[in-house]
Design a protein around this ligand. Structure first.
Ligand SMILES: N[C@@H](CCC(=O)N[C@@H](CS)C(=O)NCC(=O)O)C(=O)O
Length: 212
């Protein structure tokens, strides 16, 4: 029995859900709302003391930090391998996962997507200064990824990997902001990848029921 704790609106939870779906695994999504005014339930802190989602439980084993979860999902279960066979391929995948965590999540999701799309939709004006000052970092992220990725159809070539699972939630939200769409047009490999990967059943299966 696999349980994934988190909310479907979360990009990190969606990365784990994409890997679970690509492995062909069934799991239970246990709702945890980290942004609830009262915070996540006290019991969740036993699963992740940092109060971040997702966390995963598989029998007696529990885990937090998305990259660890992604690797576990790939390595602990049967199904198509989601990591490259070569040392260079795995290193490139790890590099992309790290870039996404360290350099992409904040500017692409919070500083551009949330400001440009979510806040105005909820009746709060976008912070234009925050958006403008995040464009440089966002451009650097897209430029770096465009340079590192293969010709496709997936980020590392002909097989989908954990890099695709982690990148897709962030980049598909970023594309919803006009600034994101504009920057993506200048990254032809990433744009073509986004079009391809959006057609996969795992993309649809992990689509948030709640609006993001
Ligand atoms: N390093 C964590 C980051 C996960 C993360 O930041 N998740 C967000 C939701 S997308 C969260 O829980 N945010 C709660 C908060 O910032 O208080 C991981 O890789 O799992």
């Amino acid at each position: 029995m696999i349980e994934l704790f988190g909310a479907d609106y979360s990009v990190y939870v969606r990365a784990a859900r994409l890997a679970l779906a690509e492995k062909g695994l069934t799991y239970k999504l246990v709702p945890i709302d980290v942004f609830a005014p009262e915070g996540p339930p006290e019991s969740f802190l036993e699963l992740n003391p940092f109060a971040r989602i997702p966390a995963l439980k598989h029998g007696d084993f529990s885990l937090y930090e998305t990259v660890a979860i992604l690797r576990y999902v790939d390595e602990a279960f049967d199904g198509p391998p989601l990591q490259p066979a070569s040392a260079a391929g795995r290193a490139r995948m790890t590099q992309i996962l790290s870039i996404l965590d360290s350099h992409a999540y904040r500017p692409l999701v919070w500083d551009i997507f949330v400001e440009r799309v979510v806040k105005p939709r909820d009746g709060t004006p976008a912070d234009e200064v925050k958006i403008a000052s995040s464009m440089g970092p966002a451009r650097t992220v897209l430029g770096a990824l465009e340079t590192l990725v293969e010709a496709g159809p997936y980020l590392l070539g002909d097989r989908l990997t954990l890099a695709d699972c982690h990148a897709l939630p962030m980049l598909s939200l970023f594309a919803k902001a006009e600034e994101g769409a504009t920057l993506l047009k200048r990254a032809p490999k990433l744009s073509a990848w986004l079009d391809t990967i959006r057609g996969r059943p795992s993309f649809k299966a992990s689509e948030p029921a709640t609006r993001v």
